[in-house]
Ligand binder design. Structure first.
Ligand code: COA
Length: 187
Protein backbone atom coordinates (compact mmCIF):
# COMPACT_ATOMS: atom_id res chain seq x y z
CA UNK A 1 0.00 0.00 0.00
CA UNK A 2 1.38 3.42 -0.93
CA UNK A 3 1.75 5.84 1.95
CA UNK A 4 0.39 9.36 1.77
CA UNK A 5 2.76 12.23 1.03
CA UNK A 6 4.65 13.96 2.53
CA UNK A 7 6.54 10.77 3.15
CA UNK A 8 10.11 11.92 3.68
CA UNK A 9 11.56 14.59 5.92
CA UNK A 10 11.82 17.86 4.03
CA UNK A 11 15.62 17.90 4.21
CA UNK A 12 15.90 14.85 1.96
CA UNK A 13 13.70 16.27 -0.75
CA UNK A 14 15.66 19.49 -0.81
CA UNK A 15 19.18 18.08 -0.56
CA UNK A 16 21.29 18.82 -3.64
CA UNK A 17 22.13 15.73 -5.74
CA UNK A 18 25.77 15.72 -4.60
CA UNK A 19 24.78 15.62 -0.91
CA UNK A 20 22.32 12.79 -1.20
CA UNK A 21 23.31 9.46 0.33
CA UNK A 22 22.57 6.10 -1.25
CA UNK A 23 19.45 6.07 0.88
CA UNK A 24 17.83 8.41 -1.59
CA UNK A 25 16.79 5.64 -4.00
CA UNK A 26 15.27 3.60 -1.21
CA UNK A 27 11.58 2.75 -1.27
CA UNK A 28 9.62 2.31 1.97
CA UNK A 29 6.66 0.00 1.59
CA UNK A 30 4.43 -2.27 3.61
CA UNK A 31 6.08 -5.63 4.19
CA UNK A 32 4.81 -8.58 2.23
CA UNK A 33 5.21 -12.31 2.83
CA UNK A 34 8.25 -12.39 0.52
CA UNK A 35 10.04 -9.88 2.81
CA UNK A 36 9.79 -12.06 5.94
CA UNK A 37 13.17 -13.88 5.61
CA UNK A 38 15.01 -10.57 5.06
CA UNK A 39 13.23 -8.94 8.02
CA UNK A 40 14.19 -11.88 10.24
CA UNK A 41 17.81 -11.67 9.13
CA UNK A 42 18.07 -7.92 9.79
CA UNK A 43 16.29 -8.26 13.09
CA UNK A 44 18.55 -11.09 14.25
CA UNK A 45 21.70 -9.20 13.33
CA UNK A 46 20.43 -6.09 15.12
CA UNK A 47 19.62 -7.98 18.34
CA UNK A 48 23.18 -7.49 19.62
CA UNK A 49 22.72 -3.70 19.70
CA UNK A 50 19.92 -4.10 22.24
CA UNK A 51 21.88 -6.36 24.60
CA UNK A 52 22.22 -5.02 28.12
CA UNK A 53 25.72 -4.72 29.64
CA UNK A 54 24.06 -5.59 32.98
CA UNK A 55 23.10 -9.06 31.75
CA UNK A 56 25.02 -12.15 30.61
CA UNK A 57 26.35 -11.35 27.15
CA UNK A 58 25.95 -14.00 24.45
CA UNK A 59 25.30 -12.53 21.00
CA UNK A 60 24.47 -15.94 19.54
CA UNK A 61 21.82 -16.52 22.20
CA UNK A 62 20.42 -13.00 21.68
CA UNK A 63 20.01 -13.73 17.96
CA UNK A 64 18.33 -17.04 18.71
CA UNK A 65 15.89 -15.43 21.16
CA UNK A 66 15.12 -12.66 18.67
CA UNK A 67 14.31 -15.27 16.02
CA UNK A 68 11.95 -17.03 18.44
CA UNK A 69 10.26 -13.72 19.31
CA UNK A 70 9.66 -13.08 15.62
CA UNK A 71 8.18 -16.53 14.94
CA UNK A 72 4.73 -15.13 14.18
CA UNK A 73 5.99 -12.55 11.67
CA UNK A 74 4.71 -14.56 8.71
CA UNK A 75 1.18 -14.14 10.11
CA UNK A 76 1.70 -10.59 11.32
CA UNK A 77 2.48 -9.27 7.82
CA UNK A 78 -1.16 -10.02 6.96
CA UNK A 79 -2.56 -8.56 10.19
CA UNK A 80 -4.19 -5.11 9.73
CA UNK A 81 -3.42 -4.33 13.40
CA UNK A 82 0.29 -4.50 12.59
CA UNK A 83 2.34 -1.80 10.86
CA UNK A 84 5.31 -3.57 9.29
CA UNK A 85 7.40 -1.71 6.72
CA UNK A 86 10.57 -2.46 4.82
CA UNK A 87 13.14 -0.25 3.11
CA UNK A 88 14.14 -1.66 -0.29
CA UNK A 89 16.86 -0.67 -2.70
CA UNK A 90 15.92 -0.24 -6.37
CA UNK A 91 17.31 -3.79 -6.84
CA UNK A 92 14.80 -5.13 -4.31
CA UNK A 93 17.24 -5.74 -1.43
CA UNK A 94 15.63 -5.21 1.99
CA UNK A 95 18.00 -2.95 3.99
CA UNK A 96 15.69 -1.83 6.79
CA UNK A 97 12.58 -2.94 8.63
CA UNK A 98 10.21 -1.85 11.36
CA UNK A 99 7.61 -3.95 13.16
CA UNK A 100 4.90 -2.20 15.17
CA UNK A 101 1.43 -2.93 16.43
CA UNK A 102 -1.46 -0.50 16.23
CA UNK A 103 -3.63 -1.89 19.03
CA UNK A 104 -1.41 -1.18 22.04
CA UNK A 105 -2.53 0.60 25.21
CA UNK A 106 -0.65 2.44 27.91
CA UNK A 107 -0.97 0.27 31.01
CA UNK A 108 -2.12 3.05 33.39
CA UNK A 109 -3.94 5.65 31.33
CA UNK A 110 -5.34 2.97 28.97
CA UNK A 111 -4.65 5.44 26.14
CA UNK A 112 -4.53 3.58 22.80
CA UNK A 113 -1.12 3.74 21.18
CA UNK A 114 1.10 2.16 18.57
CA UNK A 115 4.03 0.16 19.90
CA UNK A 116 7.26 -0.46 18.02
CA UNK A 117 8.74 -3.89 18.69
CA UNK A 118 11.61 -3.78 16.32
CA UNK A 119 13.51 -1.41 14.05
CA UNK A 120 16.73 -2.08 12.18
CA UNK A 121 18.68 -0.70 9.24
CA UNK A 122 21.62 -2.60 7.73
CA UNK A 123 24.84 -0.94 9.00
CA UNK A 124 26.00 -0.16 5.42
CA UNK A 125 22.96 2.09 5.13
CA UNK A 126 23.07 3.93 8.46
CA UNK A 127 22.80 7.74 8.53
CA UNK A 128 20.99 7.95 5.22
CA UNK A 129 17.59 8.77 6.63
CA UNK A 130 16.21 5.25 6.28
CA UNK A 131 15.52 4.63 9.99
CA UNK A 132 13.75 7.98 10.19
CA UNK A 133 11.61 7.16 7.16
CA UNK A 134 10.66 3.77 8.62
CA UNK A 135 9.58 5.44 11.85
CA UNK A 136 7.65 8.01 9.86
CA UNK A 137 5.81 5.20 8.05
CA UNK A 138 4.70 3.78 11.40
CA UNK A 139 3.70 7.24 12.62
CA UNK A 140 1.56 7.76 9.48
CA UNK A 141 -0.09 4.37 9.96
CA UNK A 142 -0.74 5.21 13.62
CA UNK A 143 -2.33 8.54 12.71
CA UNK A 144 -4.46 6.85 10.06
CA UNK A 145 -5.63 4.43 12.76
CA UNK A 146 -6.67 7.41 14.91
CA UNK A 147 -3.84 7.03 17.43
CA UNK A 148 -2.14 9.95 19.14
CA UNK A 149 1.14 8.38 20.15
CA UNK A 150 3.78 5.81 19.41
CA UNK A 151 5.78 4.08 22.16
CA UNK A 152 8.80 1.83 22.31
CA UNK A 153 11.52 0.71 24.67
CA UNK A 154 15.21 1.09 23.97
CA UNK A 155 18.26 -0.24 25.81
CA UNK A 156 20.10 2.60 27.63
CA UNK A 157 23.48 1.32 26.40
CA UNK A 158 22.35 1.54 22.76
CA UNK A 159 23.60 5.12 22.44
CA UNK A 160 23.17 5.30 18.69
CA UNK A 161 19.51 4.35 18.88
CA UNK A 162 18.95 6.71 21.81
CA UNK A 163 20.41 9.63 19.86
CA UNK A 164 18.31 8.61 16.87
CA UNK A 165 15.05 8.57 18.83
CA UNK A 166 15.93 11.80 20.67
CA UNK A 167 16.50 13.57 17.35
CA UNK A 168 13.13 12.37 16.05
CA UNK A 169 11.07 13.72 18.95
CA UNK A 170 10.74 10.62 21.15
CA UNK A 171 10.70 11.53 24.86
CA UNK A 172 11.66 9.57 27.98
CA UNK A 173 8.49 8.40 29.68
CA UNK A 174 9.38 5.66 32.17
CA UNK A 175 12.66 3.97 33.12
CA UNK A 176 13.27 0.25 33.49
CA UNK A 177 15.54 -0.26 36.52
CA UNK A 178 17.73 -3.20 37.45
CA UNK A 179 19.74 -3.97 40.56
CA UNK A 180 22.28 -6.76 40.45
CA UNK A 181 21.98 -8.67 43.71
CA UNK A 182 25.19 -9.40 45.59
CA UNK A 183 25.58 -11.87 48.48
CA UNK A 184 25.58 -8.93 50.91
CA UNK A 185 22.40 -7.14 49.98
CA UNK A 186 22.52 -3.38 50.30
CA UNK A 187 22.76 -0.26 48.16
C1 COA B 1 19.10 3.21 15.17
C2 COA B 1 19.01 3.02 13.65
C3 COA B 1 17.68 2.35 13.32
C4 COA B 1 19.08 4.40 12.98
O1 COA B 1 18.86 4.22 11.60
P1 COA B 1 19.50 5.24 10.51
O2 COA B 1 18.91 4.89 9.19
O3 COA B 1 20.96 5.25 10.64
O4 COA B 1 18.93 6.62 11.05
P2 COA B 1 18.70 7.96 10.19
O5 COA B 1 19.77 8.07 9.16
O6 COA B 1 17.28 7.98 9.73
O7 COA B 1 18.91 9.06 11.32
C5 COA B 1 17.96 10.07 11.54
C6 COA B 1 18.55 11.02 12.54
O8 COA B 1 18.80 10.35 13.77
C7 COA B 1 20.01 10.87 14.35
N1 COA B 1 21.02 9.82 14.40
C8 COA B 1 20.98 8.59 13.80
N2 COA B 1 22.10 7.89 14.11
C9 COA B 1 22.85 8.71 14.90
C10 COA B 1 24.11 8.57 15.52
N3 COA B 1 24.85 7.45 15.40
N4 COA B 1 24.59 9.62 16.25
C11 COA B 1 23.87 10.76 16.38
N5 COA B 1 22.66 10.94 15.80
C12 COA B 1 22.16 9.92 15.09
C13 COA B 1 20.48 11.99 13.44
O9 COA B 1 19.88 13.20 13.87
C14 COA B 1 19.91 11.56 12.12
O10 COA B 1 19.71 12.63 11.21
P3 COA B 1 20.99 13.17 10.37
O11 COA B 1 21.73 11.97 9.83
O12 COA B 1 20.35 14.02 9.30
O13 COA B 1 21.82 13.95 11.36
C15 COA B 1 20.21 2.18 13.12
O14 COA B 1 21.40 2.73 13.61
C16 COA B 1 20.15 0.72 13.51
O15 COA B 1 19.54 -0.09 12.80
N6 COA B 1 20.80 0.37 14.62
C17 COA B 1 20.88 -1.05 15.04
C18 COA B 1 19.54 -1.58 15.51
C19 COA B 1 18.96 -0.75 16.61
O16 COA B 1 19.66 -0.30 17.51
N7 COA B 1 17.63 -0.57 16.53
C20 COA B 1 16.90 0.15 17.54
C21 COA B 1 16.51 -0.80 18.62
S1 COA B 1 15.39 -0.01 19.79
Amino acid sequence: MALPLPFRPQRFREAPEAERGRGDGIEIRRAQAEDVPAILELSEEAAVYSMSPLRPSDPQRARQIRRQDMASLKFQVRDPQMAIFVARTPEGRVVGEVVAKLDGRDFLSDQPQAWIFELAVHPDFWRQGIGGRLLYAVECAAREAGLECVGLSVTCANERANRFYDSLGYQDERRLLLKKLTPNLGP
